[in-house]
Design a protein around this ligand. Structure first.
Ligand code: PCP
Length: 396
């Protein structure tokens, strides 16, 4: 393959992050001052969110695995929610304990991992919830710097997306990348039928035949032409109609659906993509079978966590606006009601359900060693899809 093997990109390498170079300089100066004064304080810091973007009522806790990767080997102890756990503002989602000099400079990187991944995972989960069982595929890697593609698409996947588009991300997730046909192939080959037929003749027969039907002509007639050409082998048609021609996308789908059914192609599913968001998903659910969502998921707003000291040398101490001391977060397994108590407190009985609430902050790292193997992205996704049934989403 031609081209540079190691293009110079505007990125920080994992090694530089591990060295603590992705840090706000005032953390370096803090370390310098504490060192100069010989101050080694064992502290506990707490991570939480004060408010969510848009009208989000909950967010998914995500990005934990990368934080553990960065913290591994540093003499710290970490308690946190399980990755994929939904939470609300003002709840402690993670606590790190150790000598501030051993981990203080990693605040920037730790928050960066959590803020972006949680935003994308939550945006994906909201789209998945609103799609009400129809698959949502992550199409958004192209909207972010390519170095972030695995992060973007892992977050979208654990948030509930049924597939990811890029080869690298699918490799990281251990799944097959999901893709259809790009306009480029139809334009080069001259029409959608030739492109779909070539796909069918050349590409692995195990992969679904999803044809693109909006490049040159009207979606209805292109759909019928492709269906006539592939017949029973055709599993779906993708409509990615350009915005200048889109008009009422739902009506276009209804027309295509009607004509396909009239001609006996009721087995052919309809796949929508291009500029989709929560509201367009709700509008299209009555006629569309699956979605490809890019920007609305990959360019999701971040979940703005803050990391603050709550204890110094075993003494509760926190800034204004923060509750001091180490805490326990209990959740009722039935109604998901949360209760914050001081660390070491007895598990409370849920007033509504009259059952014992469970502590949901788990010790996942002790003295820089992971206490258990992290769940796989597929396992986290499964848990997210299960809890998503109990969460509400008001489309934005
Ligand atoms: C791309 C892809 C999705 C778009 C981009 C990503 O479309 O097919 O529709 O989703 P977003 O709009 O939600 O960010 P094009 O570049 O128009 O088409 P092609 O499929 O040919 O790449």
């Amino acid at each position: 393959m031609s081209g540079k093997k190691h293009p110079k990109l505007l990125i920080a390498s994992p090694e530089e992050i591990a060295e603590g170079k992705v840090t706000d300089v005032y953390f370096i100066r803090t370390r310098q001052i504490l060192n100069a004064r010989g101050i080694h304080e064992n502290v506990r810091v707490e991570i939480m969110v004060k408010s969510f973007p848009e009208n989000w009522q909950w967010a998914l806790f995500a990005g934990l695995d990368e934080v553990l990767e960065i913290m591994e080997g540093h003499p710290v102890t970490i308690r946190a929610l399980a990755e994929g756990t939904p939470f609300k503002p003002y709840l402690p989602v993670m606590e790190i304990e150790g000598d501030y000099l051993d981990f203080g400079i990693y605040e920037t990187a730790i928050l960066g991992c959590l803020c972006q991944s949680s935003g994308i995972a939550t945006a994906a989960a909201r789209c998945v919830k609103l799609a009400a069982g129809r698959p949502v595929v992550s199409f958004g890697a192209r909207r972010m710097h390519p170095v972030l593609a695995p992060l973007v698409e892992r977050s979208a996947y654990i948030g509930g997306c049924s597939g990811v588009a890029t080869v690298k991300s699918a490799e990281v997730l251990g799944i097959t990348p999901t893709g259809t046909i790009p306009h480029a192939l139809v334009i080069i080959m001259g029409d959608s039928v030739t492109a779909a037929t070539a796909f069918d003749e050349i590409i692995d027969p195990a992969l679904p035949r999803v044809a693109l039907v909006d490049t040159f002509g009207d979606e209805k007639f292109e759909s019928l032409a492709v269906a006539d050409a592939l017949g029973g082998k055709l599993s779906a048609l993708r409509l990615d109609t350009t915005s200048s021609r889109r008009g009422d996308f739902s009506r276009i789908f209804q027309e295509v659906r009607w004509e396909l059914d009239q001609k006996g192609y009721s087995h052919v599913k309809l796949f929508a993509s291009g500029g989709l968001n929560e509201k367009s998903i709700v509008r299209l659910n009555h006629v569309v079978d699956a979605y490809g969502v890019g920007t609305s998921i990959s360019a999701a707003p971040t979940v703005d966590y803050s990391l603050d000291i709550v204890e110094v040398g075993g003494e509760p101490r926190a800034k204004r606006g923060k509750m001091s001391g180490s805490k326990e977060l209990f959740r009722c397994p039935t109604c998901m009601e949360d209760t914050i108590l001081a660390r070491g407190a007895e598990a409370p009985i849920c007033e509504r359900c009259r059952i014992k609430a469970e502590p949901i902050l788990k010790t996942i790292m002790k003295d820089g060693k992971r206490t258990s193997q992290s769940p796989t992205p597929s396992r986290i996704r499964k848990d997210v899809l299960a809890v998503l049934e109990r969460l509400d989403v008001e489309p934005t």
